[in-house]
Write a protein that binds this ligand. Sequence first.
Ligand code: AMP
Ligand code: GLY
Length: 393
Amino acid sequence: MKNILLLGSGGRECALAWKLCQSHLCGTFYIAPGNAGTSEYGVNLPISYNDFEAIKQACIDYKIDILIPGPEDPLVAGIYDFFKNDPKLKHIIVAGPSKEGAQLEGSKAFSKKFMARHNIPTAAYKEFTAESFEQGVAYIKRSQMPIVLKADGLAAGKGVVIAQTITEAVQAFRAMVMDKQFGKSSEKVVIEQFLDGIELSVFVLTDGWNYVILPEAKDYKRIGEGDKGPNTGGMGAISPVPFADDKFMQKVTERIIQPTIKGLKDENIIYQGFIFFGLIKVHGEPYVIEYNCRMGDPETEVVIPRLENDLVELILKMHEGKLNEVTVQHSSRAAGAVMLVSEGYPGDYPKGRIMTGFDKVKGSMVFHAGTAIQNSKFKIQKKKISYLMEAGS
Ligand code: AMP
Ligand code: GLY
């Protein structure tokens, strides 16, 4: 039995928690900080997922065997290296890449260069900084519109601009590199060709040598009916993806997944964890839009219910470098996730509103994102309540 600590508080973590706690290999299960939903599956700890010292203490206190970082921030900030460089923590399995591996998500310039080195299909691009501002403007002026500008570093999902005109592109470029719109994250900017196609998300778990492909998904980001209106963190997702047929997935495997894993291995980049391939299908061919070093949200809410294998077993096989011994089973049933959000979202919206009636849900699963339990009206065990009270929930 393994004691597990999962980091995060979103719908992704709620779906992972639901799955992990079902494993016969799961000992005591903790989530930091978790949400009202995850408290049904394990013990929420009032710790920020970016507070490495507090996470260290919790791992020691609760004899954690496996750490699973849900969001990208702690991975990009180097939680893997933090654990492996600490004599008290280095025995703990971390299901996530090294700081260098997390650069696949943490730096667009790093990931574009990686793809170029390994001949992985992606949009043509160039990178620029404040020093090369004039060259950047010249590049924009001789490019075809629309064009895509991306802040190099993490920018909470806001660092990508699709510019329709040269004026718009130059404005966005100036804001990023000269006015430092995203601080350090936009000191460097990737300017790339606009790809016109349909997007999907493909997930693998890799042990650095082998990999298993999890169910694929497609997320829908716009707020309104019929995929209209402003972008959000994701209003829902489906799995499987109707246009990801066997022939297309074969191309994804051969041209994208295999060269990515081989590239990481050949470059000695330590990577044991999830890779999220953000792909676009253009005239039947797959291209990489982005890599993420974690699972997707809301995609996980449809991917994980379709994964028939024991997730703890997969993570242990990952640690042993034996994922080649595993056959992953995808359920033939389809899954769809729909977000319920406060009116006003993704703009300003009221916080702290009460939600009830979850007990009346039949034939569906409810995963929580960013919720908290307000009082002890809910049926939860005593020990869990005390943690929630400490968290001020
Ligand atoms: P990223 O953060 O790189 O995933 O970009 C955010 C979103 O911008 C993607 O999900 C796409 O919808 C869009 N996007 C990014 N790069 C491109 C591209 N080269 N061509 C078309 N759309 C893109
Ligand atoms: N659903 C997109 C993401 O998790 O980045």
